[in-house]
Design a protein around this ligand. Structure first.
Ligand code: FAD
Ligand code: FES
Length: 254
């Protein structure tokens, strides 16, 4: 596996909400080998450490990323304009397995919604998307998910858009008809989804977030506790062994 940094051309940038941005990064070679659920590690001008952002979609030789301003790094990135060169190490991580014959519940929560788009585009017939947001002002990518042709269910915590409640409510209603679950979002949401998957005996894969430094398994910066199979725990790298893990492996209390 080579981890060369490569330049991408920022061909378009859109603002989806006051704090969420949608960038298209042109690099035919990288786009051709990028799989759903992987991430790009972005060099931010003036910052030593790169910032990891998930692949939202891949189309026409472009990797699409959708990110929220959280701190200084993402604020600098959000200021980049069309024509800028964005340096990335990519594609990184294992990603979600895709199989057109598998009916999957694709679940995203908040800024965990974008990584599910490319996965959903590769989902089997009868798969269902469930996206959850804080409120109506935080809703993103509705049309993009509908274009996949899959059933799309949206929830908001306060009921200002879609179904009032959490993604786990509609999940309970559809899970019996699903072969597996793939999810990305806040840890409490993933923990609850994993518990429901266990209850219904369905395979469940979750994309975890951890602060990262190198992004390639060399620094131990992104360690996460996982079960070692003998009743104990061990540590895995989110960047290299993940970010997608079988939910049964994750030590949710770790
Ligand atoms: C594999 C992976 C994929 C990701 N995909 C996306 C994505 O598609 N879209 C998106 O908006 N964000 C994504 N993130 C989170 C993103 O990397 C962080 O928001 C970003 O690094 C923050 O950088 P900053 O310089 O703006 O903030 P900093 O100044 O570094 O931090 C600001 C705040 O963000 C928190 N933070 C920093 N890094 C992370 C992190 N990795 N996870 C959770 N909180 C963090 C800090 O604790 C702090 O509160 C992803 C993270 C990982 C590990
Ligand atoms: S970020 Fe360095 S090992 Fe994962």
């Amino acid at each position: 596996m080579k981890y060369d940094a490569q330049d991408c051309l920022l061909t378009a940038e859109y603002q989806l909400t006051p704090t969420i941005f949608d960038f298209r990064l042109k690099n035919d070679e990288l786009a051709s080998i990028t799989r759903p659920g992987q991430f790009v590690h972005i060099l931010i001008p003036g910052k030593t450490l790169r910032r990891p952002i998930s692949v939202c979609d891949v189309e026409n030789g472009e990797i699409r990323i959708v990110f929220e301003i959280r701190g200084e790094g993402t604020a600098v990135l959000a200021k980049c304009k069309t024509g800028s060169i964005i340096n990335v190490i990519a594609p990184l991580g294992n990603g979600f397995e895709t199989d057109k014959s598998v009916k999957t519940a694709f679940i995203g929560g908040g800024i965990g919604v974008p990584p599910m788009l490319y996965s959903a585009k590769n989902g089997g017939t009868g798969s269902v998307v469930i996206n959850g947001f804080r409120d109506k002002s935080a809703v993103i990518l509705s049309d993009d998910f509908r274009k996949t042709g899959l059933e799309v269910i949206e929830t908001t915590d306060n009921g200002s858009y879609g179904i009032h409640g959490f993604v786990t409510d509609p999940l309970r209603e559809i899970i019996a008809g699903m072969d597996r679950i793939c999810a990305c979002g806040p840890t409490p949401m993933l923990r609850n989804i994993a518990a429901i998957a266990d209850e219904f005996n369905k395979p469940c894969f979750v994309s975890l977030e951890q602060r990262m430094a190198c992004g390639i398994g060399a620094c131990l910066g992104c360690a996460v506790a996982v079960k070692d199979g003998n009743g104990g725990i061990k540590y895995s790298h989110v960047c290299k062994d993940g970010p997608v893990f079988n939910s049964k492996e994750v030590e949710w209390n770790g």
